[in-house]
Design a protein around this ligand. Structure first.
Ligand code: ATP
Ligand code: MG
Length: 417
């Protein structure tokens, strides 16, 4: 137990972490280009934020939260998702008093007690964005377009955008009735989870992962046919705006999203190459969440994108992220005087901004070269007593094996060149 990470968690070793750096930077770059600002919120929040914000009939709140009491008996929960905390911060710091809209992005770990499998972890990571403050479907289109440009910018081609509208509480209530009537005769065959959803949240049955339920919902009435005028107009506008931005989509009436707070727009980016957990990015509009969480009646729209699933998608598409060469200079030394000189040079190089390394394992000279190769050092500097006596140092380019003799005093200038 001591030497195993908890079930559903993963270490990210140095041999993989460069991929994360690359994705984090690429995501931040595109968000900044789209005018989003980064926000960071705590890893844990008051439990009530999620029971209220995510909704207590959702899988997350019913059975997936990491909830604990602290020593003062406050109930706290590790973030299972990113939107509710960002809304909380927006309201707490009265950011609605600034010029709207507010556009945030974030990069967070999330915690959900789930059955671990490929693309489904208990600690996973999300990139997310949110736009608060506007009903305009241009905002929904902008959120979707950013997701598309990010994914395609990474080289992923065959990812599908599926959109739907799940209406507002008024038209959805009407639809829920019709959906229940349709499912009533099949009720006893539903999986146990969906039997529970039948009354509280029948839309979630459409999204059930069980094959039996998938079969049972075939031919069910669809939300799009029950949208009120306002929601129907919004959906038409969204499609028009996406067309204007040259964003292709498929209308998929089965997209309902797992969280209760969504209204109108719901969408997913789905990869058909990573198996059952194919949704890399999911999001939508939530016009009542901010008010529900104690803020003014301000609408919002956003998405969450699973980083582990993104990495699986990249792998499945044979898209490689190049590993940066991290060591600029390796200093190989022979003898005590060389060591003394080497240590001083090492420090100067690092202060000048080079990534520089020396052997800390007292390897022999040959061993030091092998190690420099392992580190994939770009250049190796050779210092021995002879070199010091003659005031000349050899620099070896490790990829071409070309060697040059340089006056010892010029070494830093030479490397800067
Ligand atoms: P799913 O239907 O796959 O359970 P979800 O509807 O619960 O997804 P969201 O809450 O919308 O997912 O989260 C947004 C994204 O975060 C998902 O599209 C997915 O990429 C990722 N994600 C969600 N849960 C997990 C998990 N347990 N492990 C890894 N990634 C996850
Ligand atoms: Mg889920």
């Amino acid at each position: 137990m001591l030497t195993n990470a908890p079930k559903g968690t993963k270490d990210i070793l140095p041999s993989q972490v460069y991929k994360w750096h690359y994705l984090e930077k690429t995501f931040a770059d595109i968000c900044l280009r789209y005018g989003f600002k980064e926000i960071r919120t705590p890893i844990f929040e008051h439990t009530e934020l999620f029971t209220r914000g995510v909704g207590d009939t959702t899988d997350i709140v019913e059975k997936q939260m990491y909830t604990f009491d602290d020593y003062a008996k406050r109930s706290l929960t590790l973030k299972p998702e990113g939107t509710a905390p960002v809304v909380r911060a927006f309201v707490e710091h009265k950011q609605y008093a600034e010029a709207q809209p507010t556009k945030y992005f974030y990069d967070i770990p999330c915690y959900r007690y789930e059955k671990p499998q490929s693309g489904r972890l208990r600690e996973f990571h999300q990139f997310g964005i949110e736009i608060f403050g506007t009903n305009n479907m241009m905002a929904d289109a902008e959120v979707i377009c950013l997701g598309k440009d990010f994914l395609e910018g990474l080289g992923i081609q065959n990812i599908e955008l599926r959109i739907n509208s799940i209406g507002c509480p008024q038209c959805r209530d009407e639809y829920k009735k019709v959906l229940r009537e349709f499912l009533q005769p099949k009720h006893d065959d539903l999986c146990d989870t969906c039997k529970g959803r039948f009354i509280k949240n029948p839309l979630r049955i459409l999204d059930c992962k069980s094959e039996v339920c998938q079969e049972l919902v075939q031919g069910a009435p669809v939300m799009l046919d029950y949208l009120c005028e306002e929601c129907a107009t919004a959906f038409t506008e969204l499609k028009t705006d996406l067309n204007s931005m040259d964003v292709e989509y498929i209308v998929d009436t089965g997209i309902v999203r797992g969280l209760d707070y969504y209204t109108k727009t719901a969408f997913e980016f789905v990869s058909n190459k990573i198996g059952a957990q194919g949704t890399v990015c999911g999001g939508g509009r939530y016009d009542n969440l901010i008010e529900e969480l104690g803020g003014p009646p301000i609408p919002g729209v956003g998405f969450g994108l699973g980083i582990e699933r993104l990495l699986l998608t990249l792998e499945a598409n044979d898209i490689e992220i190049a590993e940066p060469q991290s060591v600029d200079v390796f200093i190989a030394i022979m003898g005590d005087r060389a060591k003394k000189y080497g240590l001083s040079l090492l420090r100067q190089l690092r202060l000048k901004g080079f990534s520089a390394e020396m052997d800390l394992m007292a390897r022999n000279f040959k061993g030091q070269f092998k190690y420099a190769d392992r580190l994939r050092a770009k250049q190796t500097i050779v210092i021995g007593d002879n070199e010091l006596d003659e005031g000349m140092i050899t620099i070896k380019n490790m990829s071409t094996s070309e060697q040059r003799l340089i006056p010892i005093d010029n070494i830093i200038d030479e490397l800067i060149k």
